[in-house]
Design a protein around this ligand. Structure first.
Ligand SMILES: [Zn+2]
Length: 239
């Protein structure tokens, strides 16, 4: 399976860069990169695919150069945009596993929903300050991202750009994210695995999450049956 595997990586930032390095040399056939940002000098310490000469250029171009140099046989494809509600399910369906390491909750929930609706396994990752998490979600019956984080938090939820994040914590979680994704490609049942790394104590915890009985995505009476664009923007901006 791994030799034919198609991987979608959403977000080529502090999490995506180290995860991509791990995946590129792990024997997958194709990696599609999804991002619309440019390389910023203030992020070079944790976005380890990039160099100072890349500053100001599209992340996807710089990342593709680095990955092709490292793994010449790898099929690297570029999706030069954020994941948007229109087309999200189709994008997820083209992959055997998705790695979601975006920097905002709207994208995280959109990718979670698109992967569930397309039946594609996904590994979510996030890191804020000294703590990072990785969550593996199978393509089948659950549990899912919304079993843990019910809905998009539009208030009082800092992202890593606002709160700051430690580069080593990002590296640990990105490696764990890539590891879980490769395990799923190899047929290992890691669905529902939640890894949490505390950079202050150096403790990596693993636990299995449970399916939430009233989960709006994977519960017995799911509220989310299709992608509704208004669900991923703050109410004041909807429409
Ligand atoms: Zn769920």
């Amino acid at each position: 399976m791994r030799g034919d595997a198609r991987v979608l990586v959403v977000g080529v930032g502090g999490l995506g860069c180290p995860a991509l390095l791990a995946l590129a040399t792990a024997g997958v056939a194709r990696i599609t990169l999804c991002d619309d940002d440019v390389v910023d000098v203030t992020n070079l310490h944790r976005q380890i695919l990039f160099h100072e000469a890349d500053v100001g250029t599209a992340k996807l171009d710089a990342a593709a150069r680095a990955l092709r140099a490292r793994a010449p046989g790898l099929d690297v494809r570029l999706h030069r945009a954020r994941v948007l509600p229109d087309g999200a399910v189709a994008l997820a369906r083209e992959a055997d596993v998705v790695l979601e390491g975006s920097d905002n909750f709207a994208t995280k929930f959109l990718v979670a929903d698109a992967c569930r609706l397309s039946g594609t396994p996904v590994v979510h990752a996030s890191a804020v300050r000294w703590v990072g998490t990785a969550l593996a979600v199978g393509g089948g019956a659950g549990p899912c991202y919304r079993c843990v984080f019910e809905d998009v938090p539009f208030e009082d939820a800092p992202n890593c750009a606002e709160a700051g994040v430690m580069g080593p914590v990002v590296g640990v979680i990105a490696a764990a994210q890539a590891d879980l994704a490769l395990a799923m490609l190899d047929g290992v049942d890691v669905a529902g695995t939640l890894l949490t790394f505390d950079g202050h104590t150096g403790v990596l915890r693993r636990r299995l999450i449970s399916r939430r009985a009233d989960c709006p995505l994977c519960g017995p009476s799911p509220r989310i049956r299709r992608i509704d664009a208004a669900s991923y923007v703050p109410p004041a901006c909807a429409g």
